[in-house]
Ligand binder design. Structure first.
Ligand SMILES: [Fe+2]
Length: 213
């Protein structure tokens, strides 16, 4: 899958370069990011976002975890639970991602999406503990897709969840980890929240300021 994506015409050379860097450091993270990018684009199209916004979501999904190349492999691939010090290091990866991407031209529009992809709707996330709509729209999309892709993939400590179980975990995180309206819209793609898209469209009309962020 990785090779196919590397030849994808929509993948800009500069994105490709950083993706290769990530794949060389940790193939699992790179493959997770590519799966996430596909799902994120599907979701962004479902949300009827503009083509530039879809492109932004795509590139941000591919590179959201680029900061993990600064996490020592002993921590990144640790099979057991992380201790406090290790967890502090892992929590640096959104900021490290921004530092890495800031060093070159062309990534300005994805920096906030990357920085806030681990924020939670109730303010319990990192790096800043932002809450609700203080979290950028793009990051709120990424966090749902990130969780869904992580849940439906095999991990060293557990097998992949079935789709229905993963969707239930997303549902449980509605308003806690994830934006409630975007969660509803995400779930409605599988017809488990039949009014989700309608609610989203109504909400989008009342929140035009948020469009394109
Ligand atoms: Fe991450």
């Amino acid at each position: 899958m990785l090779i196919q994506q590397l030849n994808h015409s929509t993948l800009r050379a500069v994105v490709q370069k950083y993706l290769v860097m990530l794949a060389e450091y940790d193939l699992n993270t790179a493959e997770h990011s590519l799966r996430m990018a596909d799902t994120a684009v599907q979701f962004a199209k479902f949300l009827k976002l503009s083509p530039p916004m879809i492109q932004l979501i795509y590139e941000a999904a591919i590179l959201h975890d680029i900061g993990k190349i600064r996490i020592p492999k002993s921590i990144l691939n640790k099979p057991g639970p992380l201790n406090n010090d290790e967890w502090q290091i892992v929590q640096q990866h959104p900021r490290w991602g921004v530092e890495i991407l800031q060093a070159v031209n062309g990534f300005e529009n994805i920096l906030t999406a990357v920085l806030y992809h681990h924020e939670r709707y109730n303010g319990s996330g990192y790096p800043e503990g932002r809450q609700g709509r203080m979290i950028p729209f793009s990051s709120r999309i990424l966090s749902i897709v990130d969780a869904y892709e992580a849940l439906t993939a095999d991990r060293s400590y557990r097998a992949a969840l079935a789709e229905g179980q993963a969707l239930q975990v997303i549902r449980d995180g509605q308003g806690v980890c994830f934006d409630p309206i975007l969660t509803e819209a995400f779930l409605s793609q599988w017809n488990v929240a039949p009014n989700g898209r309608l609610k989203y469209i109504k909400w989008l009309r009342s929140e035009t300021v948020e469009r394109g962020i």
